[in-house]
Write a protein that binds this ligand. Structure first.
Ligand code: PMP
Length: 446
């Protein structure tokens, strides 16, 4: 699959060589660098990406799932262009703040107030700080193997090598970057997703020390791993029992699983929600929100030299371009009909994959959640990070490049991700995706 890929993408290869001289690994987010070199983009439009060699790909990666609206959505592009003429940065409030905030408050029962940021990293970082501020405690429980952004505590055991991670019941924190102070892992406690008992044990062991429980409602950085049984409900109850703040990282699930994200889809409301990605339709924006009694602690005052609240600053926070994008995306594009459309297509794609897997006799299964889905080339069900380690990454890579060679980007480039179907995809796009997989499957099984 590499050979054919390299034949089709010689300009990408040449550009990668040049860029690596200027920019470490030739990319600005290390996840984007993969072997032998990434597809380099010339432009994107609708549901397609065109690369620097002129190849056109049907795009189901959609920038790590950010573009539920698809690329260059005409309504969104027109709104942002008109906003450019009205000013791109005010650093003062305007009616755009209401335009963007209200739909988030309407969609999440848990969100009574919201602040805007520029990324998911910032949203999670500030939600964690706020949880510490309102509880006066320092420790955060997070699930081993989950991604929560690029800030220091988020890089503790995001996807540790299992041979260094200790037993599942008592994981060893692994710092996944140099430069993270030794003190950081001391305040991170590792639970296992889909194992509420693991979280309860930590809360008992560290009673009175845990500020918050941080969790993605569904793990969208392990493909698609959904909460089983009463997992999220039990986290809600445990947070209440131990006076800890329940934080949902809905950077990937927010406004995708349902209009009100994983909280609505699974029927459990957290105390704080971190958002980004799909809320802005492809423009750089994030947000964190929650119950008024918590959010109202965001203040910068000092009382006799002692901080009275949690800080939140940023030149680009709530900039007019991003707020306009959020408002238009949520009020005008992601309508109830839009959710029906993407869900219907997601079911069609999943059914297509299942048929091909059966017909070709491949070992594998498909999991879907809302408009997202993933194929795992194993018959084993994936419930936790430790299960995910059984995924055959080499086989998955052959699949991924094989799909690229057939003009489809099925999802971001590794098996930790999932496909996203946008409001602009059509049944024909789904059928083309399935046809490409059917053609590839005969080679994969050979
Ligand atoms: N949390 C989750 C669940 C994510 O998937 C991501 C990004 N993939 C982040 C946080 C960080 O968001 P950003 O890349 O916008 O900083």
């Amino acid at each position: 699959a590499y050979d054919q890929y390299q034949k089709r993408t010689s300009s990408s290869e040449a550009m990668a060589d040049e860029l690596r001289e200027l920019v470490p690994a030739g990319v600005c987010s290390t996840f984007r660098a993969y072997e032998p070199y990434p597809v380099h983009a010339r432009r994107a439009a609708g549901t397609s990406i065109i690369d620097v060699d002129g190849n056109e790909y049907l795009d189901f990666a959609l920038n790590n799932g950010t573009q539920l609206v698809g690329h260059t959505h005409p309504q969104l592009s027109a709104a942002v262009k008109s906003q450019i003429d009205d000013g791109t940065l005010y650093t003062r409030p305007s009616s755009l703040l209401e335009f963007a905030a209200q739909p988030l408050i309407d969609r999440w029962e848990a969100i009574e107030q919201v602040r805007f940021t520029n990324s998911g990293t910032e949203s999670v970082m500030h939600a964690m700080r706020l949880a510490r501020a309102v509880t006066g405690r320092e420790k955060i429980i997070r699930m081993e193997g989950a991604y929560h952004g690029a800030h220091d505590p988020a890089l503790v055991s995001k996807m540790p090598p299992v041979d260094r991670a200790g037993p599942a019941a008592d994981p060893t924190p692994v710092k996944e970057s140099q430069g993270i102070p030794e003190s950081v892992p001391e305040n991170i406690l590792l639970g296992q997703y889909n194992d509420a008992d693991s979280v309860e044990r930590l809360l008992r062991e560290h009673e009175g020390e845990v500020a918050g429980i941080l969790v993605e409602p569904a793990c969208f950085n392990l493909g698609v791993v959904e909460p089983e049984g009463s997992f999220l409900q039990r986290l809600r109850e445990l947070a209440d029992e131990f006076n800890a703040v329940l934080i949902f990282d809905e950077v990937k699930t927010g406004v995708k699983l349902a209009p009100g994200g994983g909280a609505e889809y699974y029927g459990v409301q957290p105390d704080l929600v971190a958002l980004a990605k799909a809320i802005g339709g492809g423009y750089p924006v994030g947000a964190f929100g929650g119950r008024r009694e918590f959010m109202s602690q965001i203040a910068a005052d000092l009382d006799e030299g002692v901080a009275t609240g949690a800080a939140h600053y940023g030149t680009y926070n709530g900039n007019p371009l991003s707020l306009r994008a959020v408002g238009v995306t949520l009020r005008e594009i992601l309508t109830d009909d839009a959710y029906d459309h993407v869900t219907e297509l997601a079911d069609r794609l999943a059914a297509g994959y299942r048929d091909v897997i059966d017909d070709a006799g491949l070992e594998g299964h498909v999991v879907t959640a809302g408009s997202q889905g993933m194929v795992y080339f194993t018959d084993e069900r994936i419930r936790t990070f430790r299960d995910w380690e059984h995924v055959d990454e080499e086989f998955h890579e052959a699949y991924w490049f094989g799909m690229l060679n057939r003009g489809v980007i099925p999802h971001p480039h590794d098996a930790s991700q999932q496909w996203t179907i946008s409001v602009q995809h059509t049944a024909d796009d789904i059928d083309a995706h399935v046809d490409a997989f059917a053609d590839l499957a005969t080679h994969l099984s050979a």
